[in-house]
Design a protein around this ligand. Sequence first.
Ligand SMILES: NC(=O)c1ccc[n+]([C@@H]2O[C@H](COP(=O)([O-])OP(=O)(O)OC[C@H]3O[C@@H](n4cnc5c(N)ncnc54)[C@H](OP(=O)(O)O)[C@@H]3O)[C@@H](O)[C@H]2O)c1
Length: 252
Amino acid sequence: MKYAVITGTSKGLGASIAVLLLKQGVHVIGVSRNKDKKLEKVAQENNVTYQHYTCDLANVEKMDKIFSIIASQFIRKKISMIYLIHNAGTVNPINTAENYIPEAITSHVHVNLIAPMIASSLFLNVAKTSNTPLINVFVTSGAANRSVYGWSAYSATKAGINRYAKTIALEQDMLETNSKVMIFDPSIMDTEMQTEIRSSSKEAFQDVEQFQQYKQENKLRSTNTVAKVLIDILLAPERIENGGYYSVKDIL
Ligand SMILES: NC(=O)c1ccc[n+]([C@@H]2O[C@H](COP(=O)([O-])OP(=O)(O)OC[C@H]3O[C@@H](n4cnc5c(N)ncnc54)[C@H](OP(=O)(O)O)[C@@H]3O)[C@@H](O)[C@H]2O)c1
């Protein structure tokens, strides 16, 4: 029995990853503030389960409690593989740093950096105790490796998650556990995040016209295309390089 715990399953890339894994016979647990009702139907059609936990990942106390409940289920069950996919993310606030307000910075860092760190810590512990293979997937962005005017928070949290992922990969290697870590860069996709980006003002985000052009010129990939790339990697776990950086741009 394989399980995937995916954050941000209500829409975008997370919803597509959930559908494709359910179709491959993987039980899925989704965590987001809203629920995509079609996922339960897809689960039923494929004789697997979809469980949803409604949670704001910016709320550390609540997310810690929910992930503790989810992780504790795995101690009692006989599981052959757990995938923990840190997909939920926000690009907001989009603005130059002097215009950031503390609440927006705090919420951003909680969703993009602190929640994945807490969730992976809990799961690494459970995987070690129960000797269950675990694959932690951190969804990143090209913005981690370059500075983008108006995206200082986003670049900082995505760069932070990359270094976090690489470091826990090193630790799991040295500890000789059954856990692997990978970083997944989906490149540009046609999602609500891109709609938000395109609606920014030029003062807040200098490259806004370029992103409007990506949409006009049909350069944004569909989330199903991108999710398929990830699923192909996940279904051959023995080939996954621990700490590896997998970019859709290099694969497609
Ligand atoms: N779209 C792109 O071009 C692009 C490019 C590079 C990297 N990425 C990365 O790919 C991942 C998926 O992005 P996407 O484009 O699919 O985004 P999206 O369409 O905006 O969806 C984001 C998902 O994250 C969840 N989420 C956001 N804030 C949350 C919160 N506070 N608590 C719980 N869940 C929250 C949302 O669920 P709720 O709103 O229901 O909570 C939603 O399911 C992100 O990590 C993003 O940084 C995207």
